[in-house]
Design a binder for this molecule. Sequence first.
Ligand code: GLN
Length: 285
Amino acid sequence: MMKKQISVLFMAAAMAGLLTACGSSSGDAGKGATTAAAAVETTAGASSEKKEETQAPTTQDGAAGAPLIMVTNAEFPPYEYHDGGEIVGIDVEVSQAIAEKLGRTLEIEDIAFDSIIPELQSGKADFGAAGMTVDEDRLKNVDFSDTYTTASQVIIVKDDSDIAGPDDLKGKYIGVQLGTTGDIYASDYEEEGSTIERYNKGFEAVQAMMQGKIDAVVIDNEPAKVFVSQNQGIKILDEALTVEEYAIAVKKGNTELLEQINKALAELKESGELQAIIDKYISAE
Ligand code: GLN
């Protein structure tokens, strides 16, 4: 099923590219991207017209166009989390807005955080939106869009902890979510005698700390705030470990989609929609 959608997607994209190539001779890359997006929409919407050319790739699934497949790890409030039976959050709404601008429906896959990059590399998904920090090592394996938010890695401890700042993490048991930048930064403390415990979900690390199994958790500031507000006896230390930027990841070399995403993001920033989505989930201090 997935394979089929992907191939439909690629064919639609290829056709869009073809139409662009035929219809535009301006050689303007930005304009090309716009036309490509519009062409996908046209392909999707006007199957009765131009039936000959569009029939094969678009009618197989009975769908008008291939969905845009987003991968995420929905354990990261307020960016992506489960609410009832639904996955909601900032990244979800931003991605929905992007998909809308591209004339595509959005399909969300909830997977382990450290599977997101492999999934993009293998072409099983189109983009990853998961509060992902732009990081040099990751840039070897994926391309990142323009950034859409600034974040930081913070330290959560119990209220009565003797850990008061980053230096006190030396020699301690530190919990992180596997494969995150929190994992990367906390791992620097291994040579200082610290032990890193890696969990599949950030909240599992917080629970382990509340149970006294570890001393501290290093995690992104916004999920940290959510976890601390929902649980008694834990706090966030004032001093953060790092400042980071979040962006959307695509398969390395998929410049067509990257340009479409960047254009959509720019429009969402310009119109104030992006800020409105963020404000809906994060109350100003
Ligand atoms: N921002 C962190 C990273 O990119 C954590 C992201 C997450 O856990 N979803 O590694």
